[in-house]
Design a protein around this ligand. Structure first.
Ligand code: ADP
Ligand code: ASP
Ligand code: MG
Length: 463
C-alpha cells in the first residue's frame, strides 16, 4: 500500500480538493492507497483564533466560527452538488453540521468559563481535520471513488501532553492494523489528531499530519509515504527567503530530520521516526505539479558532492546567557540550570559553553523566555546570592540558522568557510554549536539579518 498525505495548502478550496481527488483516483487504479488529509489551509489558525477570542469573552468568536462553518459547508455543497448533498451524501452533510454545532457549543462553553485549557484547545483544533476529511470523503464518493472516512482519534493512542502529544506506537499500530484489515475502500484519514487512554482528543503538534501519514504507513507496512504539498520537494533553503534555492533530489532521513527540526516546515520532524524504523521511503511531491520528480527521503540515497545539503532557520528565538566567574571549575551548575528549565517545561533548542567555563548560552523559543528567566532566578537564587552566577542575561528577536549535511561528517574547514563568509558580509554571530553527529552547525544571529545570512551561506556552498 501507498500512503498519500495532502497538506492544508493542497486542500485549501474546492478546486484544490478536486485536483487532489484526481491524483488519488489515478493512483488508486494502479495500487492500493490510503489518504491522509490536513485541515483546509488557514482553518486550524482560525479555530485557534476562535478559542482565544472566546477565552477573552470577546463575542467576535461567533463571526469567526461562522466563517469557518460557511467555508466548510459551501465547499461540501460546491463539490458534492445540491442534489447529492440532500440524498446520497445527506449522512455526511449531517455529520459535518453536527460537528459544527458541537464546535459552536464548545466555544460557547469556553466563553462562559473564560478559560481554554490545552485540552480544550486540542479538541477545538481537531475539528479542522475531522471536517475536511468528511467533506473530501463525501466528494470522492460522489465521483465514484470508494472512500471511507477514518477518524484517527479512534486509532492513534497518545499520552496527555496536549498540543504535542506523544504517540504510543505499539497500541496505535495494533489499532490501525486491526481497523485496516476490515476497510474495503480507500481510507480518508484525519491527520494531526489522536486520543489518550480516556479517549480525550489530543493533537500531535502543528504541522503534524505528515507524522500521522508516517504512523499509518509504518502500522500497515506500506511501501512508500507521499507527502503532497505546494512546492516541488525539499529545497536547499526556504524558497521564500532564498531565490536560488533548488530541489534536493534525494536526502537521508537524518538530514531531513535536522532540516525540519531546524525550521524547514515542508515536513514535520517526527515524520522520519516511524518511516526510518520500518525503512519506508518518503517522497515529497507538488500537488500543482505532479510530474515533477520531487524529493526522495530514504536510507540509501545517491550521494552528491557538495559539502553541505541545505540550510534552515527558526525564528522567534531568545538567548539566555548564564555568566559568572564562580562557575569556573564548579561542577553541577549546568545540570541545575537544565534541570530547573526541564521541570518548568522550557525546551532548550541549542546549548553552547565557552571553554573558559565562564558562561553557558541556552537557546530557547522567545515565547518561553519570561518563564525561563523567572524559573532560573527562583531556582538558582542561592547561586546568584553567593555570586557563583553573576546574572542571567537574555536577548530576544533572534534567529537560529542551521547548516546541514551528511557530507560535513569528517570534512574539515566547513565551519571556517561559514564564519568567514558571514564575517566578510559583516554579520555578527552570537552563539555557535555543532552537534557531535557533525551533520549540523547551528548559530544564532539577529533576526533582521536572516535573509542576508541564508543567502550568504547558500551562495558560499550551494551554487
Ligand atoms: P502543507 O500545507 O502541504 O503542509 P507547509 O506549508 O506545511 O505545507 O509546508 C510547505 C512550505 O514549506 C512551502 O510552501 C515552503 O514555503 C516552506 N518551506 C520552508 N523551508 C522549506 C524547504 N527547505 N523546502 C521546501 N519548502 C520549504
Ligand atoms: N492542521 C494542522 C496544522 O495546521 C496540522 C497540519 O496541517 O499538518 O498545524
Ligand atoms: Mg505542513
Amino acid at each position: 500500500m501507498k500512503v498519500m498525505k495532502f497538506g492544508g495548502s493542497s486542500v485549501k478550496d474546492a478546486e484544490h480538493i478536486r485536483k487532489v481527488a484526481s491524483i488519488i483516483k489515478a493512483e488508486s487504479e494502479k495500487t492500493a492507497v490510503a489518504v491522509v488529509l490536513s485541515a483546509m489551509k488557514g482553518i486550524t489558525d482560525s479555530l485557534i483564533n476562535c478559542a482565544e477570542l472566546a477565552e477573552k469573552g470577546d463575542e467576535c468568536f461567533t463571526s469567526e466560527v461562522s466563517k469557518v462553518a460557511e467555508k466548510e459547508k459551501s465547499t461540501f455543497i460546491e463539490l458534492v452538488g445540491k442534489e447529492k448533498t440532500q440524498k446520497e451524501e445527506a449522512g455526511a452533510f449531517e455529520s459535518l453540521e453536527s460537528m459544527l454545532r458541537d464546535l459552536k457549543e464548545i466555544l460557547l462553553g469556553v466563553k462562559m468559563v473564560k478559560e481554554c485549557s490545552p485540552r480544550s484547545l486540542d479538541l477545538i483544533m481537531s475539528f479542522g481535520e475531522r471536517m475536511n476529511n468528511t467533506v473530501a470523503a463525501a466528494y470522492m464518493r460522489s465521483i465514484g471513488i470508494d472512500a471511507e472516512y477514518v477518524d484517527t482519534s479512534k486509532l492513534i493512542l497518545t499520552d496527555s501532553s496536549y498540543g504535542e502529544a506523544k504517540v504510543r506506537y505499539k497500541e496505535s499500530y495494533q489499532n490501525i492494523k486491526k481497523h485496516f484489515s476490515s476497510v474495503d475502500g480507500i481510507p480518508v484519514i484525519t491527520g494531526f489528531i489522536g486520543a489518550n487512554e480516556d479517549r480525550v482528543i489530543t493533537t500531535l503538534g502543528r504541522n503534524g499530519s505528515d507524522f500521522t501519514a508516517s504512523i499509518i504507513a509504518a502500522a500497515t507496512e506500506s511501501s512508500v509515504i507521499e507527502i503532497w504539498t505546494d512546492v516541488d520537494g525539499v529545497l536547499s533553503a526556504d524558497p521564500r527567503c532564498v531565490k536560488n534555492a533548488y530541489v534536493i533530489p534525494e536526502i537521508s532521513y537524518q538530514e531531513a530530520s535536522e532540516l525540519s527540526y531546524f525550521g524547514a516546515e515542508v515536513i514535520h520532524p517526527y515524520t522520519m521516526i516511524p518511516a526510518l524504523d520500518k525503512d519506508i521511503p518518503i517522497i515529497i511531491k507538488n500537488t500543482m505539479n505532479p510530474p515533477a520528480p520531487g524529493t526522495v527521503i530514504a536510507r540509501n540515497i545517491q550521494k552528491h558532492n557538495r559539502p553541505i545539503t541545505g540550510i534552515a532557520s527558526i525564528k522567534n528565538i531568545a538567548l539566555i546567557n548564564v555568566e559568572g566567574n564562580g562557575m569556573i571549575g564548579t561542577p553541577g551548575i549546568a545540570s541545575k540550570v537544565f534541570g530547573a528549565l526541564a521541570d518548568a517545561g522550557v525546551n532548550v533548542i541549542m546549548i553552547s559553553q565557552a571553554s573558559s567555563e565562564h558562561s553557558i548560552s541556552l537557546v530557547i523559543r522567545e515565547i518561553q523566555a519570561k518563564k525561563a528567566l523567572d524559573t532560573l532566578n527562583l531556582e538558582l537564587k542561592k547561586e546568584l546570592d553567593s555570586k557563583r552566577i553573576e546574572k542571567f542575561f537574555i536577548r530576544d528577536n533572534l534567529e537560529i540558522v542551521s547548516v546541514i549535511g551528511d557530507n560535513m561528517v569528517g570534512t574539515p574547514g566547513i565551519a571556517g568557510r561559514i564564519f568567514s563568509a558571514l564575517g566578510n558580509a559583516g554579520i555578527n554571530v552570537l552563539s555557535i554549536a555543532q552537534g557531535s553527529s557533525e551533520r549540523n552547525i547551528s548559530f544564532v544571529i539577529d533576526r533582521n539579518y536572516r535573509d542576508k545570512v541564508l543567502n550568504t551561506v547558500h551562495d558560499e556552498f550551494l551554487v
